[in-house]
Design a binder for this molecule. Sequence first.
Ligand code: ZN
Length: 187
Amino acid sequence: MSEHGAVGNAVEDDFELPGVPDAFQRLWTPHRLAYVKKSEPVEGVHDCPFCAAPGRSDEESLIVHRGKLAYVILNLFPYNPGHLLVCPYRHIPDYTDLTVEETAEFAALTQRAMRVVRAVSNPSGFNLGMNQGVTGGAGIAAHLHQHIVPRWGGDVNFLPIIAGTKAITQTLGDVREQVANAWDSVE
Ligand SMILES: [Zn+2]
């Protein structure tokens, strides 16, 4: 396993970084750092990542499409590559808070996101859903968001079961570019 630094019983540390080398292999998931650091629940607009995201560039925020009343963004903590979130621009917590117009666009963006992800990466299925409230499992309960998770046969391996860890095979930047580029061309 030389690519991970541990070669047989000889361990090399070319960078002489602090820490004691050991036999464990690391699954590096630096994108999870923000999640681990987050300790306070999001309540208001000012500390809400879904309110802040549209104020930055698409590349910085991993936004794939901006609609009139809602936008589509990559999940920073994807269950699979191409895991998208549809969010209204308004900071509202509940599905029933959407206006008629927002509901229509929210649904249309969900459908389009599925078509685009199908065209880009050909999943064999999807999980769609909204976790409502902290008790319902929402990480950011204060701002409504719909999950769109593409699924492939065999995409669930032992990692999430034994370690709460998921191996992601593509970088978020690559996925954002693919989905954003395909957004307007897919029928
Ligand atoms: Zn918000």
